[in-house]
Design a protein around this ligand. Structure first.
Ligand code: UDP
Length: 377
């Protein structure tokens, strides 16, 4: 059971936030124990090799950042390939380019020039009478017009979030670029790629030389674990930590149906989004294209692995994926945050500990920032 040895830090969660902190603390000469309730390390970036393909078991993770320090940081642990995310949207059998760019507008309206596309967006925005967008629907229409909203955003977003677009915050859609150029690169990021050999190997290297116990629950063994470390880094759900005393925060969960197919190429792209509301899944991922590019090597593998992604409201016992950052949940989170500030021995971080819709680079940046304060690194 619980080791009697006293550690400087107990890290709850072996995902990116926990692994970065563990690595830095170990480098700084601190004694560290990492525990994770799952049977594996790497949290939601966990990849597993199936048929020679690194399968993203908790959904597509594409590393992208504008932060040079973060890019250099991850490069210590893995080489990255030159993958560029260019998802395709399938709306009732018609394919559109993502993110929203001149290829999308050309297919949608037949426009040829950026001026024509801009005029079309302006005309639709004007017709919708939106000046100061207050929710995701208004934000989307004012960015790309009514047609793109109806066909490529509304159905997908309502499936993904289980809420009407009028009830969702505008910032979610602002994650996506809108371009008046012919450019299908989904991310406005200077640096982008997938770790060669998979994310699990990258996190393994971060945790090299560090004691890690998987399949180990913290909250149900809290008293024992609290006493073995001077400080705790907690990356689980903040509301669970406090026994949901203020009421549960809402999360979205995701379920994957993964299949091995006896063909080399199923959809010709890593990600295809299904943007109509009637298709039950939100997207299909074909994992091999994350790592092989669209070259002969990918096609040489006789099989392919695909995952259909279904979104649902999170219930206790399931994996929580996305915090629902609407007004109600944000104010509930603020109450938990105040409670967390009184826990002098515990630092809360990561997507669930901070209840933030973080990309991987933001998780790493926030972990490194915390290391600066905590370890003077
Ligand atoms: N989105 C959409 N249509 C798409 C892809 C994304 O409407 O085809 C919206 C949706 O609301 C989603 C948001 O854009 O929640 C952010 O998308 P992103 O791809 O960043 O989501 P993630 O990869 O984090 O699931």
């Amino acid at each position: 059971m619980v080791n009697e040895m006293k550690y400087d830090y107990l890290i709850v969660g072996a995902g990116l936030y926990g692994a970065v902190f563990a690595h830095e603390a170990n480098l700084a000469g601190k004694s560290v124990l990492v525990i994770d309730q799952r049977p594996h390390i790497a949290g939601n970036v966990y990849t597993e090799e199936i048929e020679g393909i690194h399968v993203h078991q908790y959904g597509a993770h594409i590393f992208h950042t504008n932060n040079r320090d973060v890019w250099d940081y991850v490069a210590q642990f893995s080489e990255f390939n030159r993958f560029t995310n260019s998802p395709v949207a399938n709306y009732k059998g018609e394919l559109y380019s993502l993110p929203f760019n001149m290829y999308t507008f050309n297919k949608m309206w037949g426009v040829i020039t950026p001026e024509e596309a801009m005029a079309k967006i302006e005309e639709q925005k004007k017709a919708a009478c939106i000046t100061d967008p207050k929710n995701l629907e208004e934000q989307a229409i004012s960015l790309v017009g009514q047609d793109v909203y109806e066909m490529l955003i509304k159905g997908y977003t309502e499936k993904q979030w289980g809420r009407d677009c009028k009830e969702l915050p505008p910032f979610i859609i602002k994650r996506l670029p809108v371009r008046l150029t012919f450019d299908n690169n989904y991310f406005n990021a200077l640096y982008q790629g997938i770790p060669v050999g998979g994310y699990t190997r990258m996190v393994e290297r971060m945790l090299n030389g560090i004691e890690v116990r998987t399949g180990t629950e913290y909250l149900s063994n809290r008293i024992a674990y609290e006493s073995i470390a001077d400080k705790i880094i907690y990356t689980g759900a903040i509301d669970a930590y406090f026994g949901y005393c203020e009421g549960p925060l809402q999360y979205r969960s995701v379920r994957f149906e993964t299949e091995i197919l006896n063909k080399p190429n199923f959809q010709g792209n890593a990600v295809v989004n299904y943007t109509d509301k009637d298709t039950a899944w939100t997207r299909i991922i074909e994992h091999k294209w994350f790592e092989f590019g669209k070259d002969a090597k990918g096609n040489d593998l006789p099989k392919t692995v695909v995952s259909r992604e279904y979104s649902s409201e999170w219930k206790t016992g399931e994996e929580a994926y996305y915090p629902v950052n609407d007004a109600k949940n944000v104010s509930l989170y603020e109450r938990y945050k105040s409670l967390s500030e009184k826990e002098k021995k515990v630092i809360f971080g990561g997507r669930l500990g901070a209840y933030q819709y973080y990309d991987m680079d933001a998780v790493i940046a926030s972990a490194l920032e915390m290391c600066k304060n905590e370890l003077n690194s």
